[in-house]
Design a binder for this molecule. Structure first.
Ligand SMILES: [Zn+2]
Length: 130
């Protein structure tokens, strides 16, 4: 179960950043070539964050196109799938240059008191999934 091995470091990082505050939202930026199945990652994060201050957090995905370079004609092009063909020569099997990463880019915390505003927090955690 690949998603579980990704959920563990994400969960640890979220809990470390939260410092005990309730987490309402976790924003992940995911490369389209990472092979991540969001439903499976949601489920894995639920397991990892169970009974923690982030157990009710919703998970938001921002998708990012990948980038590849054709092995035959060396054209660089944006990829939505690892099987995308080169737009110039039609060959498959491009070398992948970007788009396999998963980044945790933001966390939203519940207000500490009813009267205080929500806190949002920008984070920079990257997992390479190639
Ligand atoms: Zn090509």
């Amino acid at each position: 179960m690949h998603e579980l091995s990704l959920a563990i470091p994400i969960g640890e990082y979220v809990l470390q950043e939260s410092q005990g505050r309730n987490v309402e939202e976790i924003v992940l930026k995911v490369g389209r070539l990472s092979g991540i199945v969001p439903e499976a990652l949601d489920l894995a994060l639920q397991v990892v964050l169970q009974a923690s201050c982030a157990e009710k957090a919703c998970i938001t995905y921002e998708w990012q196109d990948g980038e590849g370079q054709c092995r035959f004609c060396h054209t660089r092009f944006s990829m939505k799938d690892v099987l995308d063909v080169c737009p110039d020569c039609g060959q498959m099997g491009a070398k992948i240059l970007a788009g396999t990463q998963i980044r945790l880019i933001g966390l939203r915390f519940a207000p500490r008191l009813d009267t205080s505003p929500e806190e949002t927090h920008t984070t920079q955690m990257t997992i390479n999934n190639s």
